[in-house]
Ligand binder design. Structure first.
Ligand code: ZN
Length: 361
């Protein structure tokens, strides 16, 4: 009896320690979250048809997310991104706030608190719903100026995308602000701010980068001066200098817009650009060994379906759509690296935020 009690205590102690050690071992130093806005299974399949093989096929841990928001069967990108960023469902249009319009702490803010470097990349304005929900707390996605102000106070180290007009004082050319706040100077030093692709490519700073490359949104993939892959590479180069690790969110913003426009070619072009960026993240994660990479979507857009095409000729001949808005279908999730297993299975979209925050806290 005595022996078995002692044995039991020993075993319990051993099990507790090993569980704790395992949990610590599986804590990633870095997290890269890729969000394909409006990216459902058909969008991915269309990209694969044209590209032949996707970087997404390198993942082994997959899951599905249920995307509805707190107030609607069909989520918008604001509620969707807030769920991914904070682990809480909220109403459509909410940027980093709950159903009572109270601020929700985001994974980016938890990362900063843990001493990590942080970054946000989008091909829309950086004040658009998805990136905004990681670094601002505003009751409506339509308030770009308020969102820009919130983001300028967020402490984000790398910010890449469009939206320059919302960060310039009203008196500056091209500004869309109605006040004289100079938000760029809050975000970074002048030498850390670039406005052109040439300056972006030449940039060799190692701490911060604010690259606002369009007044509002960037163009379509074939018009953009930089690929999402190049933006992702530069962000990782800078953020990985931080010895405490980093959190980076990369959005393929315009897969969604191809869906809204019921434009199959647009979807494919954006899907291929996004997938290449995912490959960049995976290459880093594989060489680094301490990075969790997650790829998912906020919702599907267009009720997109593929009705005619050719695998041999790498072409989609007929795509079809049921709507020019979002749908409620579950979206795929891909994960690789430490603790990737926590993301497999079918979950609410809040699960991604909850898991990332628990790994960073
Ligand atoms: Zn949309």
């Amino acid at each position: 009896m005595l022996i078995s009690k002692h044995y039991l205590r020993l075993m319990t102690g051993f099990l507790f320690c090993s569980t704790l050690l395992a949990a610590q071992d599986n804590r990633p130093k870095n997290i890269i979250l890729f969000i394909g806005d409006g990216m459902g299974i058909a969008q991915i399949t269309a990209g694969r048809t044209v590209k032949g093989k996707l970087e997404l096929e390198r993942f082994r841990d997959l899951g599905l997310l249920i995307t509805h928001s707190a107030d609607n069967y069909l989520t918008d990108s604001a509620a969707g991104a807030t769920a991914l960023a904070t682990g809480e469902k909220t109403y459509n249009g909410a940027i980093g706030v709950d159903v009572d319009k109270k601020p929700l702490k985001t994974v980016l803010e938890y990362a900063e608190q843990a001493g990590k470097a942080t970054g946000l990349i989008s091909t829309s304005s950086v004040t658009h719903a998805t990136p905004a929900s990681f670094a601002a707390h505003v009751d409506s996605r339509k308030k770009d100026n308020e969102i820009a102000e919130g983001m300028s106070r967020s402490g984000v180290d790398v910010l890449i995308g469009g939206g320059l007009a919302y960060f310039l004082p009203a008196s500056a050319e091209g500004s869309k602000r109605d006040d004289e706040l100079d938000l760029l100077s809050r975000l970074a030093k002048p030498q850390q701010i670039v406005r052109t692709a040439e300056a972006f490519r030449a940039y060799s700073g190692k701490e911060k980068l604010v690259a606002l490359l369009a007044d509002k949104h960037m163009g379509k993939a074939d018009e953009r001066p930089l690929t999402l892959k190049e933006m992702t590479r530069k962000a990782i180069e800078i953020l990985s200098q931080d010895e405490d690790g980093f959190f980076l969110m990369v959005e393929g913003s315009q897969i969604d817009w191809g869906g809204h426009g019921n434009d199959t070619e647009y979807i494919i072009m954006e899907m291929v650009d996004f997938d290449a960026a995912v490959g960049e993240g995976l290459d880093f994660a594989e060489s680094n060994g301490e990075t969790l990479v997650i790829v998912t979507a906020d919702h599907e857009t267009g009720g997109f379906s593929l009705e005619k095409g050719s695998v041999a000729e790498h072409k989609v001949e007929k795509g079809d759509f049921t709507t020019n808005y979002h749908t409620a279908e579950m979206v795929p999730l891909f994960a690789a690296g430490p603790s990737a297993r926590l993301l497999t299975g079918i979950h609410q979209n809040t699960h991604v935020g909850t898991v990332m925050i628990s790994l960073i806290k």
